[in-house]
Write a protein that binds this ligand. Structure first.
Ligand SMILES: Cc1cc2nc3c(=O)[nH]c(=O)nc-3n(C[C@H](O)[C@H](O)[C@H](O)COP(=O)(O)OP(=O)(O)OC[C@H]3O[C@@H](n4cnc5c(N)ncnc54)[C@H](O)[C@@H]3O)c2cc1C
Length: 289
């Protein structure tokens, strides 16, 4: 780690238009909370010629919505702000539970949720819940605006679908069906550490059966992944020990983990099974309340 950053030009525009006119791939980086960017600049893993701060652009720090309108948050909404927002506390327990597992309050107070996603680490704790809830990512360029499903946003480790002259402006989460229940599970070396494995489950029950299931796991592939075979297996079933056991075994098949300093691939795969089993159980219980 270097104490001194290499020289770079610093910009503080006051409009989104100016920001998108300045950004240029790896050469010109956007700064939101700076938690990840400054660390990587100190390590010289990222050496931008220019840094463009979002901090002086008004109106990007919103967290808005309600149970029927869905949820929206902007590029400067911090993890802490989202965790403590009324709309998330009332209607998006899955996202709140996931953010609560990020224990560093300093990180949550400075770090934005969109910054977390733009880093594109497969260990993001907020990505699996956003996958499970069907979130969309709004991306803006100088003359364009597009909205893509979050599953298309994550491309590879450290790589997103953001073009060299684009930024992310907003995350949009649809309203959740009535009768739904959710659970987020995280396994890490210490409470402060990033996930060895994480899992987000959202189920909707009707007439005692699982009408819909969305299961997403993290830290077990280059991007977060949906366990679609597991989802299909449990749909239409009563959520009992047998169906949950079968679905969680299928979820483990969706994982293609690596071994690294945090864990072995074998352990991670087995933990996907356990975490998804526990999360399905808990989500089913919560849906019945
Ligand atoms: C001690 C510590 C503990 C942590 N624990 C966890 C944890 O348990 N779980 C977890 O999921 N994460 C964890 N993190 C990661 C943390 O959540 C992220 O680093 C942080 O949220 C990044 O947000 P930021 O606003 O600081 O982004 P920045 O550092 O400002 O930006 C990060 C990257 O995204 C780009 N970027 C930012 N905003 C935009 C935008 N709007 N459009 C395009 N590109 C953009 C930047 O150019 C940069 O490349 C931890 C980090 C630390 C330092």
């Amino acid at each position: 780690m270097h104490r001194v950053l290499l020289p770079f030009e610093f910009f503080e525009p006051t409009t989104i238009k100016e920001v998108v006119n300045l950004v240029d791939g790896d050469k010109v980086r956007v700064l939101a909370g700076g938690v990840d960017l400054v660390l990587k600049m100190r390590r010289r893993e990222i050496v931008p010629e220019k840094v463009v701060s979002l901090q002086k652009v008004p109106g990007l720090d919103y967290v808005e919505g309600n149970g029927s309108a869905g949820l929206k948050f902007g590029a400067l909404a911090t993890l802490r702000q989202i965790e403590q927002s009324e709309v998330v506390m009332q209607n998006y327990a899955l996202l709140r539970e996931a953010i609560s597992k990020i224990v560093s309050v300093q990180t949550k107070t400075m770090g934005t949720a969109i910054g977390n996603l733009c880093v594109a680490t497969p260990a993001s704790d907020i990505a699996p819940p956003l996958y499970a809830m069907g979130a969309k990512v709004k991306i803006m360029g100088a003359d364009s605006e597009r909205e893509i499903p979050i599953e298309e946003f994550f491309v590879d480790v450290g790589k997103t679908a953001i073009g060299p002259h684009e930024i992310v402006t907003e995350i949009v989460v649809p309203s959740l069906p009535s009768g739904s229940g959710s659970a987020f599970m995280k396994l890490s070396k210490t409470a402060e550490d990033i996930a060895k494995v994480n899992a987000a489950v959202l189920v909707t029950l009707a007439d005692g059966k699982c009408e819909d299931a969305r299961i997403a796991v993290g830290s077990v592939a280059p991007t977060p992944v949906r366990a679609t075979k597991a989802e299909e297996a449990i749909k239409g079933q009563e959520m009992n020990e047998k169906s949950i056991k079968e679905a969680s075994a299928l979820a483990a098949e969706a994982a293609t983990p690596i071994s690294d300093v945090r864990s072995t691939a074998e352990y991670r795969k087995e933990m996907v099974r356990i975490l998804v089993k526990d999360a399905l159980q808990k989500a089913a219980e919560r849906a019945q309340v």
